[in-house]
Design a protein around this ligand. Structure first.
Ligand SMILES: [Zn+2]
Length: 427
């Protein structure tokens, strides 16, 4: 498909989806009306810049079904975003949406070199999370042998990989490394198995980690991208060139905007990724701000695919961390500390590696008059901080109390997160 043909298709689909959300979703109707925007007046893709953005809070405010653009009668599946303490958002799919999703995931697996001859081990979690079922339907659509093992039971995963002749592994990149380690402990030489590719996503990862995985499992490690608000996995994926993720532009419009001014940035410059869904019926999103930082990779891909590529996500606009699948915001930690006497609101989150898994330690300053000789008191305080963080964030983080003024002060935005993972034995 030529670029001109693609853009014609995108515009036609854009006009349809704008009319759909304006007609069926109160939130969009209000936003469009406030902006003086009539969907019918959008006559080019450039006109999208006049359309208001959508943010996660819009979905939260409309919990559970307020953003649905189809009646529940037509919804055949719901999933939700990961999240804790009432922060989840619900997304709904019509039968058409599920079918498109299967096509896009089949495309994703094919992009990683997969065919109907492959055996795909789906180690992403099944359930409300979009990963497991997303890959599952795509693998079946491709005609591959699909192994719906879901997450956990790491030794069993290794046995299945060996006994079923898995050729493509789908899981988070950190879990791929754990599988490799576990196989080693079990005396299974994974490098001698037929495994040849992995489609890895659902958490940020680095080039170093890619090389580690490729060495440990003797596979091509392919980065895939998606988020439940936009679809789930299947929004974009790397091809075997491993140089940027092709965005499925016939179903999603990608924009990169400056996170401060919200103005579009030129191709090649980093900014916040914004998506508009072009074909979704259940819960279309219009100019959805993902908070992910990326850029458009300039130029054409040697693989011949014409869809533009986005660089692997290099960060988040809001410093959000994903710890063992749970979203953690440093601001939540700040809030917990503010409620505990004896500690100062100065803290740092230190990310490091322990084996294949991420390790997170929170350094917290105690107040200036603290007696460091009172070991027992300090330990009680440390435990209190740890348990209150656990209660508020639903994740267990190691806490270390440090001396007053030992955490570096900054003039501007405090450096709350120190990522020491890439400095440690990456290559
Ligand atoms: Zn390519």
């Amino acid at each position: 498909m030529s670029r001109a043909q693609l853009e014609e298709l995108q515009l036609r689909r854009l006009r349809t989806v704008l009319a759909r959300v304006h007609g069926n979703v109160e939130t969009y109707r209000r936003k469009f009306d406030e902006a003086g925007l009539a969907p019918a007046s959008v006559s080019s893709l450039e006109d999208l810049e006049a359309v208001p953005f959508t943010v996660k809070d819009d979905l939260r405010a409309a919990y559970p079904y307020g953003m649905f653009a189809a009646p529940l009668h037509d919804i055949v599946r719901v999933h939700s975003s990961s999240g804790t303490t009432g922060q989840i958002t619900v997304v709904g799919y019509t039968a058409n949406d599920i079918s498109n999703w299967a096509d896009l995931m089949a495309r994703t697996i094919a992009c990683a070199g997969g065919t109907a001859d492959d055996v795909v081990q789906v180690t992403y979690g099944y359930g409300l999370f979009t990963g497991g079922l997303g890959v599952h339907y795509g693998s079946e659509r491709l005609g591959a042998v699909t192994v719906p093992i879901s997450g956990g039971m790491t030794k069993r995963q290794v046995q299945v990989m060996r006994d079923f002749g898995t050729t493509i592994l789908a899981c988070t990149p950190s879990y791929a490394l754990l599988l490799a380690e576990t196989a080693g402990e079990m005396g299974v030489d994974v490098r001698s198995l037929p495994l040849r590719a992995g489609i890895f996503g659902a958490e940020p990862w680095s080039e170093n980690m890619r090389r580690q995985i490729e060495r440990a499992l003797d596979v091509k490690a392919i980065d895939i991208y998606g988020l439940s608000e936009v679809l789930g996995p299947g929004v974009a994926s790397e091809c075997l060139e491993q140089d940027g993720l092709h965005v499925n532009e016939d179903h999603f419009l990608i924009e990169i905007v400056d996170p401060e001014t919200l103005e579009p940035v030129p191709d090649g410059e980093r900014g916040e990724v914004v998506f508009t869904t072009l074909t979704k019926e259940g819960i279309p999103v219009i100019r959805y701000r993902t908070r992910d930082i990326s850029r458009i990779v300039p130029g054409e891909c040697p693989c011949g695919r014409t869809f533009r590529r986005m660089e692997r996500v290099t960060g988040r606009t809001d410093d959000m961390l994903i710890v063992r699948g749970v979203n953690v915001f440093p601001s939540q930690i700040e809030q917990v500390l503010a409620g505990i006497p004896g500690v100062a609101p100065h803290y740092q989150v230190i990310l490091s590696k322990r084996g294949a898994m991420d390790h997170v330690e929170v350094h917290v300053e105690v107040v200036p008059d603290t007696d460091f000789d009172e070991i027992r008191e300090l330990e009680t305080l440390r435990r209190k901080v740890a348990s209150e963080i656990q209660a508020a964030l639903a994740v267990n983080l190691d806490v270390k109390l440090v001396e007053p003024k030992s955490i570096e002060r900054s003039q501007g935005k405090a450096k709350r997160v120190v990522d020491a993972r890439s400095e440690q034995g990456g290559v």
